[in-house]
Design a protein around this ligand. Sequence first.
Ligand SMILES: Cc1cn([C@H]2C[C@H](O)[C@@H](COP(=O)(O)OP(=O)(O)OP(=O)(O)O)O2)c(=O)[nH]c1=O
Length: 207
Amino acid sequence: MLGRPKLVLASGSPRRLALLNQAGIEPDALRPADVDETPKRGELPRACANRLARAKAEAALQSIQLDDDLRGSYLLAADTVVAVGRRILPKAELIDEASQCLRLLSGRNHRVYTAVCLVTPKEAFRQRLVETRVRFKRLSEEDISGYVGSGEWRGKAGGYAVQGIAGSFVVKLVGSYTNVVGLPLYETISLLGGEGFPIRHGWLNAG
Ligand SMILES: Cc1cn([C@H]2C[C@H](O)[C@@H](COP(=O)(O)OP(=O)(O)OP(=O)(O)O)O2)c(=O)[nH]c1=O
């Protein structure tokens, strides 16, 4: 192959792009995939995250196959699911959904799963599932209404964004922090590097 391989990020999430950038990677194109993210009846959180990351990757792959500039690129998709036990919390869009999520998360442990799906230039699918355990402090009704007023929860799995005000609700976090924000950086970079995408750390980036 001539030149540097390209990378397409199949995501409309500004957090995922910012996380990749933080690791020194600039995708060549963004191709958000429009898939139905409703969990299936009785679907477990890990299975749901894996299925949706794969579905996003497949949808974006179809679109880049039609694009002369991007065909044969590496393609990265991800899906984040927040769960209390087997129960998958919604991606909150309404105030009521966000308040219900926060009541459920108050004073409890929950898990955040992000599935990352990489499609290689030869169209092999490689997937990783990363789990982070998070414990929130007990939230008063005042905490909840104050937080809901911030709007930071909108469009976020589980009705909160750990990178904002809700960071102050976290009593304990075990595992990858970037996984909670939407893209586990260590695992994503390992996946890319393991499949031959050039990863350059530190001063090498200057070149
Ligand atoms: C738990 C949590 C989730 N999130 C975000 C990450 C994801 O953007 C979102 C979960 O929804 P996703 O469906 O994983 O992603 P998305 O719809 O935002 O973007 P796309 O499918 O195009 O890639 O919640 C945070 O930003 N902070 C958090 O603390």
